[in-house]
Write a protein that binds this ligand. Sequence first.
Ligand SMILES: Cc1cc2nc3c(=O)[nH]c(=O)nc-3n(C[C@H](O)[C@H](O)[C@H](O)COP(=O)(O)OP(=O)(O)OC[C@H]3O[C@@H](n4cnc5c(N)ncnc54)[C@H](O)[C@@H]3O)c2cc1C
Length: 364
Amino acid sequence: MKVDIAVIGAGTAGASAASFLAPHVSVALIDRADVPVWRIGETLPGAAHRVLMAIGAWQSFATAGHGAAPLKVSRWGSDEVVELDSFRDPDGAGWRLDRARFEADLRADAVARGARLVVPTTVLGLKRLADRWEIALDTGKTVSARQVVDASGRQSRLVRPFGQRRIVMDRLACVYQRVRQRGAADPSTYTQSTPEGWWYTAMLPDGYRIVAFHGDSDQPSIRTLMREGPLAVGVQTDGLADEIGSFEPASISSPQVCAANSAAGSSAGEGWFAAGDSAIALDPLSSQGLFNALVTGLEAGEAALAVLGGDMDATQAHAARTGRIWQAYAAHHATYYGMERRWPTAPFWRRRLGGHSAAHASSR
Ligand SMILES: Cc1cc2nc3c(=O)[nH]c(=O)nc-3n(C[C@H](O)[C@H](O)[C@H](O)COP(=O)(O)OP(=O)(O)OC[C@H]3O[C@@H](n4cnc5c(N)ncnc54)[C@H](O)[C@@H]3O)c2cc1C
């Protein structure tokens, strides 16, 4: 297959890039997953409305039945409950997504606008030729493209051989379980800090509740939570237990763990762009990962199109824009973690109280 632009990864960032590009140039949107399945990460801020409009995805989003997220409740910095309602947000209430549906709709929108979906196919590697990329697929076939957008997520390594630098800022990991809730659906999201990290719980639109603990992967808390399960520990945690409420024990899923660390990467080089988590991966505390994926996907698409049109400065401009997003995020991250001062000697908080500079930093 020969196209102008290959987008690797049909998650939020890749679908956003492909949706923008498809009306203008030929686009292959490649993903190893045949259809999107449920994944953790469901809150989307109200500001996403503008980006969904810009990529032609608002119509399907608005009719998909995602839940509203009108209220954020937290115990952070003290035991006092703080409520933040969407009246203070100029963009209005955000959403609690049906994540699989969200990604499936984004893919379908990209295809409706002209992208060629290539699934289920894993990209094995890239080869740079004089003026094109040769993209090796696990089917033995190749895709030939003039530009590549790497949107293959947090673990991506595809553009490292072509100059992408990436720094991992901390060791944050998440252990989570899902359970079917009994009683009325509560649309609020809830966050609570503890000496070892922080909890998050929210109702998903399908009637299940997610209960998640975030801590450092080298600390005993993550292993304990994997052994005992976040729900069993959560219902014994003051404050959180009330938020979790009543549930159907037979519906509890087994504990899962995943990386949730912050990572800053370079987002553009000769012939390639990175978008979403492949460029910058954000702490789930920010609830900005999906929004960032939509925005940087759109911007990577705009930059790739500009380069095809002869604007060679677009590469550097994309890298600079992503760098500014990272700077704003890092400042916000330091401020928010800095609001919790109760356990300054606990390893989790000691590592974060100095902001990112005090956090574990390593290249990988
Ligand atoms: C615990 C946790 C909670 C989170 N909660 C939230 C939240 O509430 N709100 C929020 O906004 N964000 C949240 N996030 C972050 C959010 O999930 C990510 O920022 C978002 O998924 C990034 O989208 P992406 O498209 O860049 O990458 P991904 O969603 O990871 O998509 C990458 C795609 O690339 C495909 N792929 C990967 N490698 C290959 C390959 N070699 N070949 C072919 N295909 C490939 C994958 O199949 C996948 O479809 C959370 C993250 C974590 C870890």
